[in-house]
Write a protein that binds this ligand. Structure first.
Ligand SMILES: [Zn+2]
Ligand SMILES: [Zn+2]
Length: 352
């Protein structure tokens, strides 16, 4: 099989020919049908995360080492199964859950493998991923059936879709179905969030973005209104646009100004969910937390249960797709370069 491998941080991916792995135990070998290219692959490729304020954290500090086959948004067809892999058969098509934890730490034991504190086995980040003809998945439990979904549409549910879905679940169905929320930052994730909110029967969202084109895209995706966060008192503008108090805000940017906007927009008992990794820091008056009964929560991808619920919802045809750009798997390196240069509009997905 061919893999497109990061052999050295910051250097072009190398094409590596190796024998196709044989699944052991509970392992499932998937033949790659589609592999999404995520923005975080750029950080891994660079070898560091930008923590804001000019601070860099080497990815090696988080257990990421080369050689690495990246690609954590994987849809594939079962090619072979290990002798203990039950409930799957060759020829079946799935999306893989990549956020695989150790299975033993307290987070994993309550189903939060995505925030495993030990040596996580994340596909495409700490274990070989989808920029290859084949991928080994350690257990059938990490697979969600594709149904009639196109693999190219389905692959991004493993990361960008799941993150947007998990952010909504952090707010809770009881809230987003009955009260308006604020979605800050209408890039791919923000747009996905608006489409998911619609599919889930949400009350609706006010969108905030500095770019008028993105505000237009938000309205087309079903936002109740779209505001410019640079306007005067944007928190009040958001509430006025919603026509009701804003119960929660999701910040897909994660900058000082967007976090402040989220905090100022939410009503008593409200929650700010921070997803974006732009960076920075803010100070907040502490009495506001008890007086206004506020919560701030961070979200890092989502759980296996959330992933399965999301893919099932998508398989019912209930979620509108975001714009996708298809490329050949052999163009993995070029696609990363194009993504970095801002030459890709939508989500890039590689196909063998
Ligand atoms: Zn990702
Ligand atoms: Zn764990």
């Amino acid at each position: 099989m061919k893999s497109y491998v990061l052999t050295e941080f910051g250097k072009p991916l190398q094409t590596v020919e190796a024998s196709t792995p044989v699944p052991h135990g509970t392992e499932v070998l998937l033949k790659t049908l589609a592999a999404g290219v995520c923005h975080s692959d750029l950080h891994i490729w660079d070898g560091y995360f930008d923590m804001g304020g000019g601070k860099h954290q080497p990815v090696a500090d988080t257990g990421i080492t080369t050689p690495l086959t990246m690609g954590h948004e994987i849809a594939g067809e079962v090619a072979a199964i290990g002798p203990e892999a039950k409930g799957v058969a060759p020829g079946e098509r799935y999306v893989a859950y990549p956020w695989i934890g150790c299975g033993e730490c307290p987070a994993c034991r309550v189903g939060h493998e995505n925030i495993c504190s030990a040596t996580a086995r994340t596909l495409g980040i700490r274990a070989p991923g989808g920029y290859a003809d084949y991928v080994l998945v350690p257990h059938p439990r990490y697979l969600a059936p594709l149904g009639k979904l196109n693999p190219v549409n389905a692959a991004p549910y493993a990361c960008s879709g799941l993150t947007a879905y998990a952010a909504l679940q952090a707010i809770g169905e009881a809230v987003y179905k009955t009260q308006p929320i604020l979605v800050i930052g209408i890039g791919g994730l923000g747009l996905t969030c608006l489409k998911l909110l619609k599919a889930l029967g949400g009350k609706g969202a006010v969108a905030a973005d500095t770019d008028p084109k993105k505000r237009e895209a938000a309205l087309a995706a079903g936002a109740l209104a779209a505001i410019d966060p640079n306007a005067e008192k944007p928190g009040r503008a958001a509430t006025a646009a919603a026509g009701a108090p804003i119960a929660a805000a999701i910040d897909f940017v994660g900058s000082e100004s967007t976090a402040r906007l989220g905090m100022s927009a939410i009503t008593r008992g409200g929650k700010l969910v921070i997803v974006g990794l732009f960076g920075g820091s803010i100070t907040l008056p502490l009495p506001g937390f008890p007086f206004r009964a506020l919560t701030i929560q961070g979200v890092m991808t989502g759980t296996l249960d959330e992933f399965k619920a999301l893919v099932a919802l998508a398989a019912q045809g209930k979620i509108e797709s975001v714009p996708l750009v298809e490329r050949n798997l052999a163009e993995a390196d070029q696609t990363l370069q194009d993504l970095r240069a801002g030459r890709i509009i939508g989500r890039a997905v590689l196909r063998p």
